[in-house]
Ligand binder design. Structure first.
Ligand code: PXP
Length: 247
């Protein structure tokens, strides 16, 4: 059974589109509340909730994360940049897991995997701190041999394979190669003793193939679920994705 982590960042994106200036997300009628959405996702079958607290705070806010930490009924996975400030935040919050992602202010969403080879020392420092605090670290990386080989040495128990390039190539000839690359990466990670997750760009069409990547533990899915919820509601969007993942 493949687990589903629902990324609720885009519910916060919608709220910020109207309430960016409000600064606070409580004490008044502010919609949509991402924490209420998270609760509904959990009730509909999500196995965990993922949020990305970005340095520019463009969607999820600190207060959302604290409220989620207190109210979640499943697991909280905090996506974050590998910085001292975010490490300190995570150590205070104590989520079930953190997922280290690259971050640049210009990108619309996370556009590539974290280069753990280039940022080895920073990643090692952050992973060591999380391990000492009993927080699982996941490394969001491209399915490339050197990245996975080093991830296994850095002491992080999980990797999340970046499925964005595959999703972008879905209607192109390059899809075959991108899919093969993900399968090879999953095999390599599993053989090295890593728990293999995947995420980015997974939707209700490509899930039929994504779910056949070997050794998948959990998929983190955001945009397609929040988008579908506009038509059918969040309960249907989550439960249908869960069914498609595990037919
Ligand atoms: N996993 C990671 C590490 C991400 O950065 C994102 C995007 O924020 C996702 C999963 C979810 O991607 P999507 O919104 O395309 O489903």
């Amino acid at each position: 059974m493949i687990l589903l982590g629902v990324n609720i960042d885009h519910a916060a994106t919608l709220r910020q589109a109207r309430y960016r200036q409000a600064g606070v997300t409580h004490g008044g009628y502010v919609e949509p509340d991402p924490v209420a959405i998270a609760f509904r996702c959990e009730r509909a079958g999500a196995d965990g909730i993922t949020v990305h607290l970005r340095e520019d705070r463009r969607h999820i806010q600190d207060e959302d994360v604290w409220r989620l930490g207190a109210s979640k009924t499943t697991r909280l996975n905090l996506e974050m940049a590998c910085t001292p400030a975010m490490t300190e935040f995570a150590l205070k919050l104590k989520p079930h897991s953190v997922c280290l992602v690259p971050e640049s202010r210009e990108e619309i969403t996370t556009e590539g995997g974290l280069d753990v080879v280039k940022h080895r020392e920073k990643v090692a420092r952050c992973t060591d701190a999380m391990n000492a605090a009993g927080i699982k670290t996941s490394l969001f990386i491209d399915a490339d041999e050197p990245q996975i080989a080093l991830a296994a040495k850095l002491g992080a128990p999980w990797i999340e394979l970046h499925t964005g390039a595959y999703a972008n190539a879905y209607y192109q000839p390059a899809r075959t190669d991108e899919f093969a690359r993900l399968c090879r990466g999953a095999e390599q990670g599993h053989a090295a003793g890593l728990v293999v997750n995947a995420g980015h760009g997974i939707n209700y069409v490509n899930i039929a193939e994504v779910r056949t990547i070997p050794h998948l533990h959990e998929l983190n899915i955001g945009h397609s679920i929040i988008s579908r919820a506009l038509f059918s509601g969040i309960d249907e969007a989550v439960s249908t994705m869960k069914q498609l993942m595990n037919p």
